[in-house]
Design a binder for this molecule. Structure first.
Ligand SMILES: CC(C)(COP(=O)(O)OP(=O)(O)OC[C@H]1O[C@@H](n2cnc3c(N)ncnc32)[C@H](O)[C@@H]1OP(=O)(O)O)[C@@H](O)C(=O)NCCC(=O)NCCS
Length: 160
Protein backbone atom coordinates (compact mmCIF):
# COMPACT_ATOMS: atom_id res chain seq x y z
CA UNK A 1 0.00 0.00 0.00
CA UNK A 2 1.27 3.51 -0.70
CA UNK A 3 2.32 5.44 2.40
CA UNK A 4 -0.38 8.01 1.63
CA UNK A 5 -3.00 5.35 2.32
CA UNK A 6 -2.00 5.33 5.98
CA UNK A 7 -2.01 8.16 8.47
CA UNK A 8 1.69 9.00 8.87
CA UNK A 9 3.12 7.71 12.15
CA UNK A 10 4.07 10.38 14.66
CA UNK A 11 7.76 9.92 13.92
CA UNK A 12 7.48 10.46 10.14
CA UNK A 13 9.14 13.50 8.60
CA UNK A 14 8.50 14.68 5.04
CA UNK A 15 10.60 16.69 2.59
CA UNK A 16 10.32 17.11 -1.20
CA UNK A 17 8.00 14.12 -1.43
CA UNK A 18 10.32 11.87 0.58
CA UNK A 19 9.45 10.47 3.99
CA UNK A 20 11.77 9.43 6.82
CA UNK A 21 10.27 6.91 9.20
CA UNK A 22 11.45 4.72 12.07
CA UNK A 23 8.60 2.25 11.41
CA UNK A 24 10.40 -1.06 10.81
CA UNK A 25 7.36 -2.61 9.12
CA UNK A 26 7.95 -0.27 6.13
CA UNK A 27 11.54 -1.43 5.57
CA UNK A 28 12.30 -3.36 2.37
CA UNK A 29 14.69 -5.92 3.86
CA UNK A 30 15.58 -7.37 0.45
CA UNK A 31 16.55 -3.95 -0.94
CA UNK A 32 18.62 -3.18 2.18
CA UNK A 33 20.32 -6.57 2.00
CA UNK A 34 20.93 -6.20 -1.72
CA UNK A 35 22.67 -2.85 -1.23
CA UNK A 36 24.72 -3.89 1.81
CA UNK A 37 25.71 -7.31 0.49
CA UNK A 38 26.48 -6.40 -3.12
CA UNK A 39 27.13 -2.67 -3.43
CA UNK A 40 28.37 -1.24 -0.12
CA UNK A 41 32.10 -1.21 0.62
CA UNK A 42 31.62 -2.42 4.20
CA UNK A 43 28.90 -5.07 4.19
CA UNK A 44 29.96 -7.33 1.32
CA UNK A 45 28.66 -10.86 1.77
CA UNK A 46 26.42 -10.01 4.72
CA UNK A 47 23.61 -12.54 4.78
CA UNK A 48 19.93 -11.63 4.79
CA UNK A 49 19.64 -13.31 8.21
CA UNK A 50 22.35 -11.03 9.60
CA UNK A 51 20.66 -7.98 8.07
CA UNK A 52 17.32 -9.02 9.53
CA UNK A 53 18.78 -9.60 13.01
CA UNK A 54 20.69 -6.30 12.96
CA UNK A 55 17.49 -4.46 12.02
CA UNK A 56 15.51 -6.26 14.73
CA UNK A 57 17.99 -5.04 17.36
CA UNK A 58 18.52 -1.45 16.17
CA UNK A 59 16.60 1.79 15.87
CA UNK A 60 16.18 1.96 12.08
CA UNK A 61 15.52 4.88 9.77
CA UNK A 62 14.12 4.41 6.27
CA UNK A 63 13.77 7.11 3.61
CA UNK A 64 10.98 6.48 1.10
CA UNK A 65 10.23 8.14 -2.21
CA UNK A 66 6.80 9.38 -3.23
CA UNK A 67 6.08 5.88 -4.58
CA UNK A 68 7.00 4.34 -1.19
CA UNK A 69 10.19 2.80 -2.57
CA UNK A 70 13.17 2.61 -0.24
CA UNK A 71 15.58 5.46 -1.05
CA UNK A 72 17.91 5.23 1.94
CA UNK A 73 18.54 3.58 5.26
CA UNK A 74 20.51 3.83 8.48
CA UNK A 75 20.40 2.18 11.86
CA UNK A 76 21.51 3.19 15.33
CA UNK A 77 22.77 0.84 18.03
CA UNK A 78 22.28 2.55 21.36
CA UNK A 79 21.60 2.24 25.07
CA UNK A 80 19.38 5.35 24.62
CA UNK A 81 21.07 6.93 27.65
CA UNK A 82 24.74 7.63 26.95
CA UNK A 83 26.00 6.07 23.75
CA UNK A 84 24.93 5.58 20.13
CA UNK A 85 26.67 4.02 17.12
CA UNK A 86 25.48 5.08 13.67
CA UNK A 87 25.74 2.21 11.19
CA UNK A 88 24.88 1.07 7.65
CA UNK A 89 23.90 4.54 6.43
CA UNK A 90 23.30 4.78 2.69
CA UNK A 91 21.23 6.57 0.08
CA UNK A 92 20.45 4.39 -2.94
CA UNK A 93 22.25 5.47 -6.09
CA UNK A 94 19.19 6.87 -7.93
CA UNK A 95 18.36 9.21 -5.05
CA UNK A 96 21.79 10.67 -4.29
CA UNK A 97 22.92 14.29 -4.47
CA UNK A 98 19.62 15.86 -3.50
CA UNK A 99 20.28 16.40 0.17
CA UNK A 100 18.83 13.13 1.46
CA UNK A 101 22.04 11.99 3.16
CA UNK A 102 22.26 15.27 5.06
CA UNK A 103 18.57 15.13 5.93
CA UNK A 104 18.96 11.56 7.20
CA UNK A 105 21.94 12.33 9.47
CA UNK A 106 20.22 15.45 10.81
CA UNK A 107 16.98 13.54 11.46
CA UNK A 108 18.86 10.80 13.30
CA UNK A 109 20.68 13.07 15.71
CA UNK A 110 17.45 15.03 16.31
CA UNK A 111 15.34 11.92 16.87
CA UNK A 112 13.65 12.36 20.28
CA UNK A 113 14.88 8.99 21.58
CA UNK A 114 18.46 10.01 20.72
CA UNK A 115 18.60 13.76 21.08
CA UNK A 116 20.19 13.67 24.55
CA UNK A 117 22.92 11.18 23.62
CA UNK A 118 26.27 12.82 24.35
CA UNK A 119 28.57 10.23 22.85
CA UNK A 120 28.20 9.17 19.21
CA UNK A 121 30.46 6.97 17.11
CA UNK A 122 30.54 5.87 13.49
CA UNK A 123 32.92 4.39 10.94
CA UNK A 124 33.36 5.85 7.49
CA UNK A 125 35.88 5.48 4.69
CA UNK A 126 35.30 8.77 2.85
CA UNK A 127 32.13 10.53 4.02
CA UNK A 128 33.78 12.44 6.90
CA UNK A 129 32.67 15.72 5.35
CA UNK A 130 29.02 14.71 5.53
CA UNK A 131 29.18 13.83 9.21
CA UNK A 132 31.39 16.81 10.10
CA UNK A 133 28.46 19.06 9.16
CA UNK A 134 26.55 17.61 12.12
CA UNK A 135 29.28 17.72 14.77
CA UNK A 136 31.19 14.47 14.22
CA UNK A 137 34.97 14.79 14.40
CA UNK A 138 38.05 12.58 14.29
CA UNK A 139 38.40 10.90 17.71
CA UNK A 140 39.90 13.22 20.31
CA UNK A 141 41.80 10.34 21.91
CA UNK A 142 42.29 7.66 19.24
CA UNK A 143 44.88 5.96 21.43
CA UNK A 144 42.12 5.16 23.93
CA UNK A 145 39.90 3.38 21.40
CA UNK A 146 40.23 -0.38 20.94
CA UNK A 147 38.43 -2.77 18.63
CA UNK A 148 38.38 -6.46 17.80
CA UNK A 149 37.85 -7.90 14.33
CA UNK A 150 37.09 -11.58 14.26
CA UNK A 151 37.30 -13.94 11.31
CA UNK A 152 34.18 -14.46 9.15
CA UNK A 153 33.63 -17.95 10.55
CA UNK A 154 32.97 -16.46 14.00
CA UNK A 155 31.21 -13.24 13.02
CA UNK A 156 30.17 -12.64 9.41
CA UNK A 157 30.93 -8.93 9.59
CA UNK A 158 30.56 -6.23 12.15
CA UNK A 159 31.48 -3.20 10.08
CA UNK A 160 29.51 -0.30 8.75
C1 LIG B 1 27.41 9.30 1.43
C2 LIG B 1 25.92 9.35 1.02
C3 LIG B 1 25.07 8.84 2.17
C4 LIG B 1 25.55 10.82 0.72
O1 LIG B 1 24.17 10.86 0.39
P1 LIG B 1 23.57 11.94 -0.62
O2 LIG B 1 22.11 12.02 -0.41
O3 LIG B 1 24.04 11.68 -2.00
O4 LIG B 1 24.30 13.29 -0.09
P2 LIG B 1 23.69 14.77 0.07
O5 LIG B 1 23.07 15.21 -1.20
O6 LIG B 1 22.87 14.87 1.31
O7 LIG B 1 25.05 15.62 0.29
C5 LIG B 1 26.09 15.12 1.08
C6 LIG B 1 26.98 16.26 1.53
O8 LIG B 1 28.12 15.67 2.20
C7 LIG B 1 29.29 15.93 1.43
N1 LIG B 1 30.11 14.71 1.40
C8 LIG B 1 31.25 14.54 2.02
N2 LIG B 1 31.78 13.34 1.80
C9 LIG B 1 30.92 12.71 0.98
C10 LIG B 1 30.93 11.42 0.36
N3 LIG B 1 31.91 10.55 0.54
N4 LIG B 1 29.90 11.08 -0.42
C11 LIG B 1 28.89 11.95 -0.62
N5 LIG B 1 28.84 13.21 -0.07
C12 LIG B 1 29.86 13.57 0.72
C13 LIG B 1 28.82 16.35 0.04
O9 LIG B 1 29.77 17.18 -0.56
C14 LIG B 1 27.53 17.10 0.40
O10 LIG B 1 27.83 18.36 0.94
P3 LIG B 1 27.30 19.74 0.25
O11 LIG B 1 25.81 19.68 0.27
O12 LIG B 1 27.87 20.80 1.14
O13 LIG B 1 27.84 19.73 -1.12
C15 LIG B 1 25.67 8.53 -0.28
O14 LIG B 1 26.49 9.02 -1.31
C16 LIG B 1 25.94 7.06 -0.10
O15 LIG B 1 25.07 6.32 0.31
N6 LIG B 1 27.15 6.62 -0.44
C17 LIG B 1 27.55 5.24 -0.37
C18 LIG B 1 27.50 4.69 1.00
C19 LIG B 1 28.36 5.44 1.93
O16 LIG B 1 29.47 5.82 1.60
N7 LIG B 1 27.83 5.62 3.14
C20 LIG B 1 28.53 6.25 4.22
C21 LIG B 1 29.33 5.23 4.88
S1 LIG B 1 29.56 5.67 6.53
Amino acid sequence: LPISAHPPPKDAHMKNGYVISTDKSKLDIDAIHDYLCHRSYWGRGRTVETVRKSIANSLCFGIYSRSSQLAGFARVVSDFALFAYLMDLFILEAHRKRGLGKWLVESIIREPALKDIRFWRLDTMDAHGLYRKYGFQAPAFPERIMEMRRSPTRAVDTDG
